[in-house]
Design a protein around this ligand. Sequence first.
Ligand SMILES: Nc1nc2c(c(=O)[nH]1)N[C@H]1C(S)=C(S)[C@@H](COP(=O)(O)O)O[C@H]1N2
Ligand SMILES: [Mo]
Length: 413
Amino acid sequence: MSPDPSQTPFARRDVLRLGAGAAAAVVAARALGHAPAGAVPAAAPSIAPASAGPIVKPLPPEWFVPYGTNAEMRWDSVDPRRYLTSADRLFVRNHTSTPAIDPRTWELRVHGDGLADPRTHDRAHVLTYRDLLRLPARTVTTVLECTGNGRSLFATQQGTPASGTPWQLGAVGTSRWTGVPLSLVLRRLELRSDAVDVQAVGLDAPYVTGGVDYGRVRRPFPLAKALDDALLVYALNGRPLPPDHGFPVRLLLPGWVGIANVKWLGELEVSREPLSSPWNTKWYRMTGPDYPVDSPPLTVTPVKSAFELAPGAELRARRRTVLTGRSWSGAAPVVRVDVSTDGGESWSRARTRRTHGSGWTQWSLPWRPRSTGEHVLLARATDAAGRTQPDRVPFNDGGYFFSAVVRHPVAVA
Ligand SMILES: Nc1nc2c(c(=O)[nH]1)N[C@H]1C(S)=C(S)[C@@H](COP(=O)(O)O)O[C@H]1N2
Ligand SMILES: [Mo]
């Protein structure tokens, strides 16, 4: 059958045959029924969406530590009985502000010379929210973590502060994400065999810092990742994406640094040439005396661990407590966690629970502190790829990838 030029590759008759998942139907009903408060009605797609606010969702102080347009999850608020991070507890990292986007006018523009039928931005292939919801979907459980998670530990543990949001360890979560495989969309559009890169562009306001306008948040990634496990995500834990987490659609690159997961996705450029943006050249690369000038953009996240305790948490002497925490890695499931309750002198293997998908691994270790005073807890994880947490990590200017074993003080009384 010859292609009908009046039909987009995502025309109704085409996708009905494939059928839409039940999740998509529910999400569509919810999201299209209630456009977000403050949504721009019937705005022309080229008009920048209004800002809904730096962060829209409530940030109760018992769950979050706020930093302007960012907020991290408090580890002492994590319930050891719950594996998933709920949408209302997931950290937020906004370069600017959460935009209000109307799903009825939202579109994803796919263009570039890497497509078999190359298109400029103005003549892009257009995918609407409804188109997307009608395509076959996949759900994955995976970790989402900011590249700079743990940044403050460069100062507190290694004495070399790095500039940027002073995250402790809470810029991370594990959730279930539902969306359409990007491979499916790209294969329908048909690629040239020499296409190499895809650039994802967000619809939030251009990022201006230090008097320089860097344009919209955007970051390229290799086509191989796009065709592997990248998803165009529209649901978080079975519900429409919340505004702060990218409504109506975000990119998900499982196992990769937070910045790769572009929120409020509006555009994908597929190119025969390597693409770049300040988000893979200026930021989110290792720079500093210990790194070569041409160090590559950061992709897969390292192995890390956190206790489900506040720093300096108070514990009772001579009473059995169960220390709990979680460890994660962007490369492979965590297979082993060792915990020390005496500042690293001796170690015990923690009991680990089942890892779901590429999510984190929960662990526990009973402990009966014998003496009062300050104790230092440590947890060191190892993943199935054989990567483990070092005692120290070389400094980098951006304060990225603090994956050293964290010294977690507690007060025993
Ligand atoms: N469009 C857009 N996408 C973005 C960002 C942003 O500011 N704008 N922040 C990135 C960064 S640095 C991180 S860590 C994650 C955070 O995702 P979350 O806010 O849903 O937790 O989104 C990424 N995607
Ligand atoms: Mo991030």
